[in-house]
Write a protein that binds this ligand. Structure first.
Ligand SMILES: [Zn+2]
Length: 97
């Protein structure tokens, strides 16, 4: 253990939680979308559910973005990532896939 605070290994637990929520919402949405594609034509109820899930994801994503904007730790991390963007692959787009 060393005492030096490394920004690159710093983890914002709130950000992790929000990111997990965001991914969960995206997973749900994708699952339902795949399900609905198999059961064409899509009924109104199924369509409403899909819209609801999409809204859930959009909301989770907005909360995540807002947190990144307001959280000092997250800003430090993203600044560090920009600085050596060559070696650090984009963890967000990777995990969002
Ligand atoms: Zn944060």
């Amino acid at each position: 253990m060393n005492n030096q605070l490394s920004v690159e290994t710093a983890v914002c637990s709130e950000h992790q939680r929000l990111l997990a929520e965001c991914e969960q919402a995206l997973d749900n949405w994708n699952d339902h979308r795949a399900e609905f594609c198999k059961s064409y034509p899509i009924g109104k109820e199924a369509g409403d559910e899909l819209v609801r899930l999409q809204a859930n994801y959009a909301r989770a994503y907005t909360v995540l973005r807002k947190h990144e904007h307001n959280c000092l730790l997250c800003q430090l991390v993203s600044t560090a990532e920009e600085r050596d963007s060559e070696k650090s692959s984009d963890i967000y787009s990777d995990s969002m896939r």
